[in-house]
Design a protein around this ligand. Structure first.
Ligand code: MG
Length: 458
């Protein structure tokens, strides 16, 4: 971890008992408690082997600063975020490393509006941490530790209010839920049964070693889900990441879709009969999002990559819908944070109202072929490489919101951006044909390799 910087794009992440020791947790817990000035703080966690240990250390430290801790135990990240806002708490802490490998864990700090803290507030916590300005309470002002029961049912009920449950019930959908051994198994299967669905679960036992598949719901990890759908003739499948804020969908034929395609389906049905809405999405999303927004007289606000950035931009521009290519959908009438169960309910709502299969609904969207890849690049060269790349393409139609996105005629584009967490550059290309997208990735991978080699040798 760099000096004076602890928070990354999604909170604090690190290796358990290496970066995230109980000593570190005690200290950061004190800094977070100092930041919240003795407020009412919700604490919850995912199903990782290290989460209970970290919660214990955290809880002790938070109460030492005078905060009252409301323990909600195991729960999906969006359910905890909803509980914070719904119960008018001052904030919350979620112990989770989302989709990272099992040896990792992390800390998400949530404000009273249910959204992760913006960067400037994270800096305040980092300052308390590094300047040793933790304020411990007097012995007679130490915070209490309470339980906050029932948050999962409140969360499920809240989601159901935003969809037409009666119409969904009539369709008797057969849904396969792949919880990926994460906490998504605590909510979505029950909510879907309450909505009249027949639910088959796979990998629904919470297990912090993630024995069934990697926790990230990428298409290459979802073969078992696709096979199960076909084997039992289900209508749809959905896979969640470890903390169930992201969801990836599979149609009745076993075809797996990237998140921006299902997001576009939600966007299309959301925008029907509406104009002048604002859709927020990172530059890594497909142009499909813009094509649909244009069609309905609405506008897209492109952001840097990062779910916290999308949430805060939605709040700023008063947008009701946002989404990411990785399967995050933000539906502000419920809450402006990504939410796997809410997304699932929205997709079923569309299937029920249109009486169409998922494959048909997705085939009706304009076609874009997407190709993703990555190239290794040492962290110390990332900035110089980006500068050199921008120099080479500056006369083209570019957007430098995050990395560099180049737009070409014929609705193709490529985004080349340094990863915020790994020593790599990521490529997201799209075109109206697969060969165009593949060609763009190969062309720019070669260009980037040349620039990286020049940086290394100079
Ligand atoms: Mg997640």
């Amino acid at each position: 971890m760099q000096s004076r910087r602890l928070f990354g794009t999604n909170g604090i992440r690190g290796l358990v008992n290496h970066d995230l020791t109980t000593e570190f947790i005690t200290k950061i817990g004190g800094a977070i408690g100092t930041f919240f000035q003795g407020g009412r703080i919700v604490v919850g966690h995912d199903g990782r082997t290290s989460s209970p240990m970290l919660v214990q250390a955290f809880t002790g430290s938070l109460t030492s600063t005078g905060c009252t801790v409301y323990n909600v135990g195991l729960a999906p990240t969006p359910a905890i975020q909803y509980a914070i806002k719904h119960n008018k708490m001052n904030g919350g802490v979620i112990i989770t490393a989302s989709h990272n490998p099992p040896e990792y864990n992390g800390i998400k700090v949530i404000a009273d509006d249910g959204i992760e803290l913006p960067r400037e507030q994270e800096t305040k916590i980092e300052n308390v941490f590094f300047d040793d300005k933790i304020r411990r309470a007097k012995w007679d002002n130490i915070g209490r530790i309470c339980q906050l029961p029932g948050i999962l049912s409140t969360y499920k009920e809240a989601i159901k209010k935003h969809v037409d449950v009666t119409t969904i019930q009539k369709r008797r959908f057969h849904v396969v839920v792949d919880a990926g051994n994460g906490v998504g198994s605590l909510t979505a299967p029950y909510m879907l049964r309450e909505m009249g669905c027949r639910v088959t679960t796979i990998n629904a036992n919470i297990d912090g070693t993630f024995p069934s598949r990697p926790s990230e719901p990428k298409p290459e990890n979802l073969g078992e889900l696709a096979l199960t759908i076909k084997a039992i003739n289900a209508d749809i499948g959905v896979a969640y990441d470890g903390d169930a804020d992201r969801s990836i969908f599979v149609d009745e034929r076993g075809e797996i879709y990237w998140g921006d395609r299902t997001f576009a389906l939600i966007e299309k049905h959301f925008l029907r009969n509406k104009t002048r809405e604002i859709i927020v999405t990172p530059v890594s999303s497909s142009s499909l999002i813009k094509e649909i927004a244009d069609k309905y007289g609405s506008k897209v606000v492109w952001t840097k990559v990062g779910s916290i950035i999308v949430s805060h931009m939605m709040k700023k521009v008063n947008a009701k819908l946002g989404g990411e290519e990785n399967g995050g959908v933000f539906y502000a009438p419920h809450q402006p944070v990504r939410d796997g169960a809410m997304t699932t309910a929205l997709i079923l709502d569309i299937m029920a109202k249109t009486e169409k299969k998922l494959s048909k609904l997705l085939a009706e969207l304009p076609i874009y072929h997407i190709e993703k890849d990555k190239v290794k690049c040492p962290n110390e060269f990332k900035e110089r490489v980006l500068k050199e790349l921008i120099k080479k393409v500056k006369n083209m139609n570019i957007d430098t919101t995050d990395g560099v996105k180049i737009w070409f005629t014929g609705k193709s584009s490529i985004l080349i951006r340094p990863s915020g967490t790994e020593p790599i550059y990521r490529f997201y290309a799209e075109g109206k044909t697969r060969s165009k997208a593949v060609h763009l990735v190969n062309e720019y991978k070669t260009k980037l390799h040349e620039i990286i080699n020049e940086c290394k040798s100079s």
